[in-house]
Design a protein around this ligand. Structure first.
Ligand code: BGC
Length: 708
């Protein structure tokens, strides 16, 4: 059915509804559902979190998990992990799993993907997001959404817009210039909503230009509806609406929240009253209902065809677990590999020691609304044992303790999550009183290390730090891990360092002395096995950093020029100089740069050319695998702006960068899989070539192989 026919039909149905029925459809009547209208066959709209899988079932009116065994699901790699694959194909595949499971669980809308730009490494929700780069984010989120929506469920791209910190997330006002908003923070939303066709969008909690995003005239009306012509459904973040009259006339369609006083929501009884009193015209309500009825037609929820044609979906299938493994494999990033310390050889090995809590810690059930009740989660310890089998002795020594109290979780996190402005900055490290215990754990691990032929440290962060409602105050590794890694490396210089986390950490105390450093984002239910495959060379790592790994957070523009985690308002003075755009332009060396990721093999780049065909621009390049392993390479194309003779001075905090352009910007990428000795040609579509700009083709933002 065509859009205009759908709209007409929606309007005709809306015309048969009473005000009360319409009001029921535009606000939460349960924590994750609106009201339907039974007499006309309109079902409620049922939603669920979140990016890494379909969340567990909650009681309809309070945050208590139902607790049955029927809501375990496939736990997918988080969006940062997906971004590290740089694979559009995997993005579609992961989206498809999520969509099929959403439908399989009987939901209509999945509250994913999260696509906010990683402006600072300290934002607690970074693991839910893709990248610091708008192009990479859009290129991967679009196929993800298409994968989801082929299952007759709607994706809900979130959080619109500039939702880049958790501290005071309900009230913080983002002060940003229009250019930065349009070049950095909005493009991925445009791509997802218009090019990717995401059927719904979620407004953000924060304010922008003093308006709350969920009732913002500028964002929702001027940009989203008028400029972009978006006719999907806009849903509030849970508790993101603050005013009946403002939201009534705004372009928000559904108000959701975290409390059970559903009739008192701003778009419930108060709105009904405002319409009855003539304060708000009823057409404003109709408009919202029409959007919802159009969505329901698009999902085959209503209409003649209905159930007969709507896809049925399923969850926890073997294929989904395989897809989770495929995604995890390509997400792991080899950051450093001096002297080809990796891969390890299982044949020669007798005894392996794993040190570090993350070797055996599960991560699925944490992080806030992105938590997953995973069917299972393979830890690195289990993954390595699974891979090595019974002939190798694999031992574990904790080495550090996070001090997590299991009883902390009383199940009401979400309801409490909006208290006191909805988010804070963690200034205190967890378990600070555990220093004595940690010293003992460290001593034990270091002592043991000498007796093994291989020592693998597995540490990093966990969802006590990578979490909704919480920003970190710096990038330091928690739980005294730096001391542990240092001591391990002293005792065993060949110790392999594996870090798991959702955002970068400082490595200054030991990075120079470590031979091998491996990074894994939260990589889903098969993450531990994929890691084992990478360490033992059954999978050649091909992940690339979708964000800059700074030496310390003060090397990030949000901190050294702009502001971050301020409470009332936060100034984005760095403008468009986000992530590598800043570091490359002003010569600020990161620990590992954007796009970086090593392989066990070697790729040779040749013959890069620029072509225009049918109004589109391409770079073609020949890549050969000249090393001893089959593997995959992600070739990146950056647009270079003529850099001045001398590197510009590092700007001071608050200094305006107006009029300047970053020296490099990602405009294209492609991934190629090559056997040993194989070559292939890669054709990469390039976003746009600006007059007079050169193109740099390389394996990271720094490792440029060919200039065109
Ligand atoms: C989060 C959203 C989430 C919603 C529903 C909010 O706290 O910001 O991302 O989808 O809750 O759980």
């Amino acid at each position: 059915m065509k859009d205009n026919e759908m709209r007409e039909k929606a309007a005709a149905i809306a015309g048969q509804l009473t005000l009360e029925e319409k009001i029921g459809m535009i606000h939460g009547a349960h924590l994750f559902a609106t009201k339907g209208v039974e007499r006309l066959g309109i079902p409620p709209l049922v939603m669920s979190d979140g990016p890494m899988g379909v969340r567990q079932e909650f009681e309809p009116d309070h945050w208590k998990a139902v607790g049955c065994s029927d809501d375990y699901v496939t736990y997918l790699p988080c969006n940062s992990a997906l971004a590290a694959t740089w694979s559009r194909k995997l993005a579609f595949a992961m989206g498809s799993v999520l969509g099929e499971e959403t439908r399989g669980r009987g939901k209509d809308v999945i509250l994913a993907p999260g696509i906010n730009i990683k402006r600072s490494p300290l934002c607690g929700r970074n693991f839910e997001y893709f990248s610091e780069d708008p192009y990479l984010t859009g290129e991967l989120a679009v196929p993800f959404i298409q994968g989801v929506q082929q299952w007759d469920v709607a994706a809900c791209v979130k959080h619109f817009a500039a939702n880049n910190q958790e501290t005071q997330r309900l009230w913080v006002d983002v002060e940003i210039d229009e250019k930065a908003l349009r070049e950095i923070y909005l493009p991925a939303f445009y791509d997802c909503l218009l090019r990717g066709g995401s059927l719904t969008a979620m407004g953000a909690y924060n304010r922008i230009y003093k308006e709350h995003c969920c009732q913002s005239r500028y964002l929702l009306e001027e940009i989203l509806r008028k400029e972009w012509g978006y006719d999907g459904v806009v849903i509030s973040d849970w508790g993101g609406v603050h005013d009946t009259e403002l939201v009534a006339v705004s372009e928000l369609d559904i108000e959701m929240s975290v409390t059970d006083n559903f009739d008192e929501y701003f778009m419930a009884d108060p709105l009904k009253k405002a319409v009855e009193q003539g304060i708000v015209p009823e057409e404003k309500v109709d408009k919202k209902v029409i959007h919802i009825l159009m969505l329901m037609q698009r999902l085959h929820m209503i209409g003649d065809s209905g159930q007969a044609v709507r896809k049925r979906g399923s969850y926890n299938t073997p294929e989904h677990r395989q897809a989770a493994l495929d995604g995890a494999r390509e997400s792991i990033i080899l950051l450093k590999n001096e002297g080809n310390r990796l891969p390890l050889s299982a044949e020669k090995m007798k005894k392996v020691l794993l040190v570090g809590e993350n070797a055996e810690r599960m991560h699925a059930n944490g992080g806030g609304s992105a938590e997953i009740k995973a069917l299972y989660e393979t830890s690195p310890l289990m993954g390595i044992k699974r891979l090595l089998g019974g002939n190798v002795q694999v031992d574990f020594s904790k080495g550090y303790d996070s001090g997590k109290k299991e009883a902390e979780d009383d199940g009401n996190w979400q309801e409490k999550s909006l208290q006191d402005g909805g988010g804070r900055t963690e200034t205190q490290r967890r378990g600070e009183n555990l220093s004595k215990e940690r010293a003992a754990l460290r001593e034990e691990a270091v002592k043991l290390a000498g007796a093994y032929d291989t020592v693998i440290f597995v540490g990093g962060l966990n969802h006590d730090y990578d979490s909704e409602g919480l920003d970190r105050s710096d990038m330091k590794l928690p739980y005294e891990q730096d001391a542990l890694i240092r001591e391990l490396l002293q005792a065993r210089p060949d110790t392999i360092v594996v870090l798991i986390g959702g955002s970068p950490v400082e490595m200054g105390e030991w990075a120079e002395s470590a031979q091998s450093i491996v990074w894994s984002y939260y990589a889903g239910m098969e993450g531990g096995y994929a890691l084992a495959e990478v360490l033992f060379g059954q999978v050649n790592p091909s992940g690339k950093l979708p964000e800059t790994f700074y030496k310390k957070h003060t090397d990030c523009s949000a901190h050294c020029i702009g502001e971050f985690a301020k409470e009332e308002s936060v100034a984005y003075q760095e403008g468009i100089f986000v992530g590598y755009r800043y570091n490359e332009t002003f010569g600020v060396e990161p620990r590992f740069c954007f796009g970086h990721g090593l392989s066990y093999t070697e790729f040779v780049y040749e013959d890069a050319r620029y072509q225009e065909k049918d109004g589109k621009a391409y770079v073609t390049c020949r890549i050969s695998n000249a090393g001893p392993y089959a593997g995959a390479e992600t070739v990146q194309v950056y647009r270079m702006t003529e850099s001045p003779e001398e590197m510009p001075q590092r700007p001071k905090a608050g200094e305006s960068l107006k009029g300047m352009r970053p020296v490099k910007e990602l405009v294209g990428f492609g991934k190629i899989y090559l056997g040993t000795g194989e070559s292939g040609s890669l054709q990469i579509e390039v976003k746009e070539r600006m007059e007079g700009c050169r193109l740099a083709v390389g394996s990271s933002v720094k490792d440029i192989k060919i200039l065109i």
